[in-house]
Design a protein around this ligand. Structure first.
Ligand SMILES: NC(=O)c1ccc[n+]([C@@H]2O[C@H](COP(=O)([O-])OP(=O)(O)OC[C@H]3O[C@@H](n4cnc5c(N)ncnc54)[C@H](O)[C@@H]3O)[C@@H](O)[C@H]2O)c1
Length: 271
């Protein structure tokens, strides 16, 4: 299945999201996969087997939201220089939203911007983080406060990768799916109430539906100057929860679920 992200104003930013369509990826110049220790040990061999490129390096970072910072970004950039990536090279983000956000950011500033591709491996990053081109890192002042808008050239979501995802991470991804449904699609929300995402067919439907919702919103407001901000539903509270617990106690999706609950309570109080 393929979902198009069509930007009207800047057509060259448009790209496709492929769902369970990853076969062979061909490149004419150097490629570097950015991944973390966990995803690398589980899945990098499979991805490497799908790549055809003059050379392919693997840049492995530590696993965790607490590493989504300037230091890790600098490490990625230095590895790119070490491997002599040039302006025609491509970075491949292979992991969850943390890897995706940092790889996108690195791609957007390396030699003033190179191509990157997203191969998201968590449910949350497949339905949300990998699509839309928001990149960023955290600092002591808060979450995602340093970053860029930099669209990937393509996104490849493979549900096969999700089979190794811990249950807690899977549930955190469902929180973002529910967010998409609540904010933009009543029918989809009702469907979610009646179907389990533990069935592969239902999971694929929910992933594609969430990506379509996000694609439409992002295509109409690439730089978040209007409607796209609705996708931040619950996130103001979520970011504070994550920051105040040093990004260690709650997963991002869990913080979003709590944030949505808090936003709802506040909305009720405000009438
Ligand atoms: N750019 C955006 O639009 C956007 C949107 C939503 C969230 N985000 C960001 O995404 C991040 C959260 O993403 P996340 O929930 O994917 O977290 P994550 O990237 O930390 O991944 C969660 C955990 O799952 C592990 N993992 C990844 N794939 C796996 C697999 N296939 N099998 C087993 N383990 C696997 C990771 O190593 C990690 O430990 C946050 O930093 C958030 O700010 C960005």
């Amino acid at each position: 299945m393929v979902v198009n992200i069509d930007f009207q104003e800047k057509k060259t930013d448009s790209y496709k999201v492929f769902i369970n369509e990853l076969d062979i990826l061909e490149f004419n110049s150097k490629v570097a996969i950015v991944t973390n220790t966990t995803v690398s040990s589980l899945h990098v061999k499979k991805l490497l087997a799908s790549l055809k490129a003059p050379s392919c390096h693997v840049i492995t970072i530590e696993d965790g939201e607490q590493y989504k910072n300037l230091e890790t970004l600098n490490f990625i950039l230095e590895e790119c220089f070490k491997y002599k990536l040039d302006r025609k090279s491509t970075l491949i983000a292979f992991g969850g939203g943390v890897v995706g956000d940092m790889t996108g950011f690195a791609a957007s500033i390396y030699q003033r911007g190179i191509d990157f591709i997203q191969v998201p491996t968590t449910l949350l990053s497949q339905v949300d983080a990998s699509v839309g081109g928001k990149t960023g890192i955290n600092n002591k002042f808060g979450k995602n406060l340093i970053g860029t808008f930099w669209q990937p050239r393509a996104v490849y979501c493979e549900t096969d990768f999700l089979k190794t995802l811990p249950q807690r991470e899977f549930s955190a991804g469902i929180a973002e799916i529910i967010k998409m449904a609540v904010t933009f699609d009543k029918e989809f929300f009702e469907w979610l109430e009646e179907h389990t995402l533990l069935k592969e067919q239902n999971l694929q439907f929910a992933i594609s539906k969430s990506i379509k919702i996000k694609a439409d919103v992002v295509a109409s407001d690439e730089r978040e100057e209007g409607i796209r901000a609705v996708l931040n539903y619950g996130h103001t509270f979520a970011h504070v929860i994550e920051n105040q617990t040093a990004y260690k106690r709650y997963l991002h999706g869990e913080a979003v679920a709590m944030g949505i609950d808090m936003a709802n309570s506040l909305a009720l109080k405000l009438g």
